[in-house]
Design a protein around this ligand. Structure first.
Ligand code: JDH
Length: 438
């Protein structure tokens, strides 16, 4: 690849002679030249700038000087086959990303025009965009203000050069880069000594347990990304996230919807939630029923027990605690739980310290997204705060997925009961968990 950089501060580009880029240059993979823009000035003062038309502060770089310089540099190309990209660093450019670097690594030739002052007369980019074989890209290396394009040129050249075949000493590091934890920030890294200033290396890394190391690194990458780059997390697809990923994300306040990870809030329901709760219940309840149960029985239950009036009563009953999981941005309800205080398990005597988890449902679109665990945790905490020491629930005997989920939440099967749905008796298992005092 051939790279030409034009600047009024050629010394600024000296670092390009060093390290990786220098190596690529020596090996002939990269042919780099830095040019002093003032070489193409014709006046005694070697002027490159002038006052802006339309007024305003500062100076603007003259298009005539840039035109002469770029014509000379572009024209000196013996193999002009169209693979030339003219890069103009600008605070108003498209953001330069790894994707941009990958695209530019495919070009035969890059020409970087480094402006100063308030930038380069806009006609320069406009003019060269019409030149056959030249693609103009105005790029910004980030949302901060620099004094000129030189530092951006250094960034662009280093990011592109290391992608050229043979430039990076260890090509495995490039493979790992693109196929590693794609879309997540890197996990933290450690080396010797194993203890430094009272800080040990995380034990798992010295355990020799490869699978555990891989999982630990993935968890740390997820944590970092959630904390520092939630925008990256939001761009992941659901398929990119396994069960353990979802568990970790749930603990960080995220759930995985059909469009990927999103922030979810778990909160106490308010009376205003009644309409949305009834709508959610009408979707979730039928899916939790055994196939043997007729649709009329289900419809009857939904219409009489899960209607807006019922939820309004639940939400104003001091003996019930309803929690909802809601999308943090849209407010859409994703799931809910209801705890009935002072409700003894079937076949057990009254107890003020026994509560029933009478409902726990999550919208099918977000099943396996980690919300149910958070809802049960919120319900359990609320039960404890209301004096419960035992929380029980009934779940359909045929619903093994639900039973396994409650087991993971700390519930154990303690008995059976029959449960009426629309006049049809159903076999439930009864599960219970001790609740720790708050
Ligand atoms: C090229 C000159 C200096 C500074 C106007 C813009 C208020 C215009 N990521 C990046 N930041 N800055 C550059 C960059 C800066 C440059 C040139 C690149 C040529 N300058 C300059 C400020 C303005 N300013 C911001 N607004 C909020 C007005 C030019 C860059 C890159 N790449």
């Amino acid at each position: 690849m051939r790279i030409d950089v034009l600047t009024i501060f050629p010394d600024y580009l000296a670092p390009l002679e060093l390290s990786l880029v220098g190596k690529a240059r020596q090996s002939g993979l990269l042919d780099l030249a830095v040019h002093d823009l003032r070489a193409w000035t014709t006046d005694r003062h070697r002027t490159v700038d002038d006052t802006p038309f339309g007024g305003g502060a500062g100076m603007v770089m003259r298009p005539d000087v840039w035109g002469t310089a770029l014509d000379a540099v572009l024209g000196a190309d013996p193999a002009d086959d169209g693979g030339t990209v003219l890069l103009v660093p600008s605070p108003a450019g498209e953001v330069f990303t790894q994707r941009t670097a990958e695209e530019l690594a495919g070009a035969r030739r890059l020409v970087l025009a480094c402006g100063r002052y308030e930038g380069i007369d806009a006609r320069v980019a406009e003019h060269y965009a019409t030149r056959p074989g030249v693609t103009v890209r105005e790029v910004s290396i980030g949302d901060y203000v620099l004094n000129g394009g030189e530092v951006a040129a250094l960034v662009v050249v280093e990011a592109v050069a290391r992608l050229l075949p043979g430039v990076v000493g260890n090509p495995e590091s490039l493979v790992e880069e693109s196929h590693g934890a794609a879309g997540l920030l890197e996990y933290p890294v450690y080396t010797k000594p194993p203890a430094w200033r009272d800080l040990p290396v995380p034990e798992v890394l010295t355990s020799g347990h490869h699978a555990k190391v891989t999982r630990w690194r993935r968890d740390r990458a997820l944590e970092r990304t959630a904390a520092r780059r939630p925008d990256l997390l939001e761009r992941l697809t659901p398929e990119a996230l396994d069960r353990e990923d979802r568990r970790v994300l749930a603990g960080l306040g995220w759930y995985v919807g059909p469009g990927g990870p999103r922030r979810a809030q778990v909160r106490r329901a308010v009376p205003d939630d009644a309409v949305a709760l009834a709508a959610l219940a009408a979707v979730t309840f039928p899916l939790a029923c055994p196939p043997s149960l007729g649709s009329e029985a289900i419809a009857a239950h939904v219409a009489t027990q899960l209607d807006v009036g019922s939820f309004t009563r639940f939400l104003t009953d001091p003996g019930r605690v309803v929690h909802v999981a809601a999308d943090e941005d849209t407010g859409a309800l994703l799931g809910y739980t209801m705890v009935v205080l002072g409700s003894p398990a079937p076949g057990h005597e009254d107890g003020e310290d026994v509560a029933e988890l009478s409902k726990c449902y999550v919208h099918p679109d977000v099943h396996g997204g980690g919300l149910a665990g958070r809802l049960v945790a919120a319900a359990t905490t609320a039960a404890a705060q209301h004096g419960a020491r035992q929380l029980w629930l009934g779940t359909n005997a045929g619903n093994r997925r639900a039973r396994r989920f409650y087991e993971r939440c700390g519930f154990a099967v303690v008995g059976r009961r029959t449960y009426d749905v629309g006049g049809v008796a159903n076999d439930d298992v009864v599960m219970s968990t001790p609740v720790l005092a708050p």
